[in-house]
Design a protein around this ligand. Sequence first.
Ligand SMILES: Cc1cc2nc3c(=O)[nH]c(=O)nc-3n(C[C@H](O)[C@H](O)[C@H](O)COP(=O)(O)OP(=O)(O)OC[C@H]3O[C@@H](n4cnc5c(N)ncnc54)[C@H](O)[C@@H]3O)c2cc1C
Length: 460
Amino acid sequence: MLRTCRVLYSQGGPSAGSWQPLNFDGGAFHLKGTGELTRALLVLRLCAWPPLVTHGLALQAWSRRLLGSRISGVLLRASLYGQFVAGETAEEVRSCVQQLKTLGLGPLLAVPTEEEPDSAAKTSEAWYEGNLSAMLRCVDLSRGLLDTPGPSGNNLMQLKMTALASTRLCKELTSWVRRPGASLELSPERLAEAMDSGQNLQVSCLNAEQNRHLQAALSRLHQVAQHAQAQHVRLLVDAEYTSLNPALSLLVATLALRWNRPGDGGPWVWNTYQAYLKNTYERLQRDVEAARRAGLTFGVKLVRGAYLDKERAVARLQGTEDPTQPDYEATSRSYSRCLELMLTQVSHHGPMCHLMVASHNEESVHQATKRMWELGIPLNGPVCFGQLLGMCDHISLALGQAGYAVYKSIPYGSLEEVIPYLIRRAQENRSVLQGARRERELLSQELRRRLLGGGLKVHH
Ligand SMILES: Cc1cc2nc3c(=O)[nH]c(=O)nc-3n(C[C@H](O)[C@H](O)[C@H](O)COP(=O)(O)OP(=O)(O)OC[C@H]3O[C@@H](n4cnc5c(N)ncnc54)[C@H](O)[C@@H]3O)c2cc1C
């Protein structure tokens, strides 16, 4: 059960004295029920146990065989699924979002889809069409979730491009985009024209089947973006592997030409920038400048990056240069520079530029809130924060209670759909889960306090 008492921390602004860092000391946990805190502690402890993450899928199959699918399902719902997933039905998602709203947090819905390149069913045109329907339903659900428009005036949802266009096509496009002189044939302008007209696009590097798939993917993207704008839902496109990202960025740039025009209340289509890649700062600088020159609005979800181990393994295997930063500190410096760049852009160009600081890192969040204060960026304006549902509530709650726009990334769907997705995410975010030590300590501290009868702690 969630308690709804709301404590307002006053952050002020340049005119209201000096900047005060937010307290991420777990004080905001008093808003949560003991059951929820206990589950969070148990699940985070389990996730810090490497064999569970490494062999998650095998363990799940084994528990289904041993306990039967009903009992194993009940256990998962009470643990992993209950902690990180909103539910299966629209009703369950609404109820989860309602609880978040009472805590000052907004929803960033995510449809968990996983292409399986070796499965004929999960790479067929029918599968991508099914994903299109799921995305359109997600737009409707996102729109219906808040009776009044969200903290920055609209709702947000995540969009995974490879749910609508195959990874095989994206790899092909990526290798073509990287060639010098390919830009004319594969320009966002040319793709946008094909998207509008629905006419058969012929790209010379693709065979007939791939050309048909590209045309169908453009039509799907068109439908999602058009519906999202009509429903006032901003689409935050996920970044994936470096073998796909240039193609994903090309498709985002194509959508941006149509849905990030000034005066439309945009940006409606945002891209994600991964600070762990060596070239991200320069790419962000180039893209923000290009959007400004073209008179387009520009939206950025800034993350550190989730696919570190795989990126390095692929580079080792192919004997190519590792595209990622050499160590954690270098990634954090890169994140900090990108953050500074985007906040300065927001302060100069206002609502033409939007930013989501998608991080669980306290230093990054402190940097963002401090610079927002120094630059006079309003708490509830074009800058917002994002964390995953079930992770780092001590940060999300403190931000939300202080009046910042904070969104929890919320996957939803059936147990069968979501658990493989969650386990893969946990493998990708292994270091984050193992590093959630501070969150576990804060949870234990709050639970100990409650059990020893400390009563309700009130923060001023
Ligand atoms: C709302 C939201 C949306 C997201 N969307 C995406 C997305 O579209 N694409 C995507 O890739 N990720 C996405 N992520 C995940 C994100 O990239 C990070 O994996 C996750 O947030 C952890 O980073 P952090 O800043 O929160 O925490 P921290 O614990 O401070 O940072 C951990 C991160 O640091 C980096 N790192 C760790 N060790 C090293 C090392 N030895 N060398 C170099 N770098 C290192 C890695 O990127 C690692 O994930 C999203 C996260 C959120 C909250």
